[in-house]
Design a protein around this ligand. Structure first.
Ligand code: ADP
Length: 312
């Protein structure tokens, strides 16, 4: 039972002041991040086996990230270290509402140079779910590496999960972002998108244009309002949990991890209990907003179970 996540692993520097731009902030808290890496850590904290595929720089940040992933119990035997480029950095500041603005350092960064011949395909062996995002779809060679791994996972009979997390400033244009993000849909059995991403990808609020032949589940997240999950036969809106939000970084990744762990726990019949799986995913998304940073705020299984049970 396990999940392989492929993508970027980076350092987030989160501004310690709220409501300021990254340029105006004067102190930052260092936190490991990268959407697919966050998912790998969250899956592990929720009690399922996980592995990570990707590339960091052969530099102090890259080695620190490897140590963090390893200490979280994530299998990093497929993590590569580049001597050509440094680990990606992202400076993040939060508006008064807890939304994020980013400045990325990747000119290029090690994750962008991850190439098909570096993908440790043996890590897929015996695992059930392959998860990827859109940041490694932006440039080659990481684009080819990501698509090659997704194809290999598909051939191996794995369930493929995709979160086309929108990072507008990383793409050359909105149209390139749209086309690039849409490419990933063709490989996905499970799609996680936010309201903003549905609008960006379709130009409206209807998810119908996002279905692809092999897709089974589309989960649309609505921030504090929760999520709506669609299967070919059903649609459930599942309200979110009310929490004291500090920083929404990692909410979507926590949600994805909850969704995937729920699917693993109902392997064979995961479509039927989709509403309760999404409730579980909402709880992880909510808890992930209660602390600064992504990986530091992802809850463990005990915390999630206690939170869902409520105070009594
Ligand atoms: P993303 O981080 O990908 O933009 P969302 O912001 O929609 O995704 O968050 C994903 C999930 O996390 C939501 O569906 C919800 O369950 C939970 N969540 C996010 N923000 C909050 C919040 N402020 N309060 C409670 N739950 C939240």
């Amino acid at each position: 039972m396990s999940v392989v996540c492929l993508g970027e692993l980076l350092i987030d520097f989160v501004a310690m002041q709220h409501g300021v731009s990254v340029g105006d902030a004067y102190s930052f808290q260092k936190a490991p991040g990268g959407a697919p890496a966050n998912v790998a850590v969250a899956v592990s904290r929720l009690g399922q086996d996980s592995a990570f595929l990707g590339q960091v720089g052969d530099d102090p940040f890259g080695h620190h990230l490897a140590e963090v992933m390893d200490s979280e119990g994530v299998d990093i035997s497929g993590l590569r270290f580049s001597t050509e480029a440094r680990t990606m950095l992202a400076f993040v500041s939060l508006t008064a509402e807890g939304e994020r603005s980013f400045v990325f350092y990747r000119h290029p960064s090690a994750d962008m140079l991850y190439s098909p011949d570096q993908v440790a395909l043996e890590v897929l062996n015996g695992r059930k779910i392959f998860h990827f995002g859109s940041v490694t779809l932006i440039d080659d060679p990481s684009r080819s590496a990501t698509l090659m791994a997704a194809k290999a996972a598909h051939t191996a009979g794995m369930l493929i999960s995709y979160d086309p997390n929108l990072r507008r400033s990383l793409w050359p244009s909105d149209e390139a972002a749209r086309q690039g993000m849409l490419t990933g849909l063709n490989f996905a059995h499970i799609l996680k998108v936010s309201d903003e991403e549905v609008e960006f990808l379709t130009g409206g609020h209807d998810i119908a244009p996002l279905w692809r032949q092999e897709m089974q589940i589309i989960a649309v997240t609505h921030g504090a309002k929760g999520a709506t999950v669609y299967t070919r036969k059903s649609k459930h809106h599942v309200p979110g949990f009310s929490v004291r939000t500090m920083d929404t970084t990692g909410a979507g990744d926590g949600f994805v991890a909850g969704l995937l762990v729920g699917i693993l726990e109902h392997w064979g019949d995961y479509l039927t209990p989709m509403e309760s799986i999404v409730r579980f995913a909402n709880a992880i998304g909510a808890l992930a907003t209660t602390q600064l940073g992504a990986i530091p705020s992802l809850p463990n299984r005990g915390a999630v179970d206690k939170f869902i049970k409520g105070p009594n």
